[in-house]
Design a protein around this ligand. Structure first.
Ligand code: MGP
Length: 213
């Protein structure tokens, strides 16, 4: 005859075990940190045998802090890309082109970099730009943001934040002020905002500024 004991003797470290179980089972342990928006990262590679739009490719989408970093850590730094390449990070549903309905009446805050700045500033400026976007850094005016683009170019790299309406003066001036501050651009350096309509139809090498910061 066997007797079955129904009371399990207390594990000497029962309380410690319970605390650990509670921690690993709590939502904080397994739920990723959601972002306000879902974002899509695009890549452009200059192949002159194709149209501009055909050279644009979606890399992937994310909507959590963890997935943002996983993607960022997986891809090449901008400074390692070949000249002629772009990255674009746009809100899900907005294509990174002038033609999209959310960009058609929009424009961009443009940061032009000198050749020397590729080594010193390019990668950290772009990361800061990405963090401004995913972190919704522009307060009440973050809704006006469509995305951001980095152009790696032999003649000098560029990056920009695109907004949805070049007539939204309050949003544009606020975004420009915050962006310049976040990048640590010195006050004496002036950055310009240009409409895509002007950029797309420009004849010379420069587009007129609608706003400056
Ligand atoms: P670019 O890649 O923005 O700048 O535009 P880049 O290479 O420095 O050239 P620059 O003209 O500013 O000195 C290069 C070209 O790509 C444009 O002249 C367009 O022909 C094309 N292009 C760029 N964008 C952003 C668009 C777009 O949104 N839509 C279309 N259809 N073509 C575009």
């Amino acid at each position: 005859k066997y007797s079955v004991s129904t009371s399990v003797p207390a594990h000497p470290e029962k309380e410690k075990c319970e605390t650990i179980i509670q921690k690993v089972m709590s939502p904080e342990a397994y739920i990723k940190h959601p972002l306000q928006n879902k974002w899509a990262l695009w890549f452009f590679k200059n192949d002159k045998s194709k149209t501009w739009q055909a050279n644009l490719r979606l890399i992937s989408k994310f909507d959590t802090v963890e997935d943002f970093w996983a993607l960022y850590n997986h891809i090449q730094l901008s400074s390692n890309l070949m000249s002629g390449c772009d990255y674009s990070l746009f809100k899900d549903g907005i294509e990174p082109m002038w033609e999209d309905g959310r960009n058609r009446r929009g424009g961009r805050w443009l940061i032009t970099l000198s050749k020397q700045q590729r080594k010193a500033d390019l990668d950290r400026f772009w990361l800061e730009t990405l963090l401004c976007l995913v972190g919704e850094a522009f307060d009440d005016h973050s809704d006006d943001v469509c995305g951001a683009v980095i152009n790696v170019r032999a003649k000098g790299d560029k990056m920009a934040i695109w907004t949805t309406d070049y007539e939204n003066k309050d949003a544009i001036t606020h975004i420009g002020r915050v962006y310049k501050e976040r990048l640590g651009v010195p006050p004496k350096v002036i950055i310009g905002y240009q409409s895509h309509a002007d950029t797309a139809t420009k004849s010379g090498s420069s587009t007129k500024n609608k706003f400056v910061a």
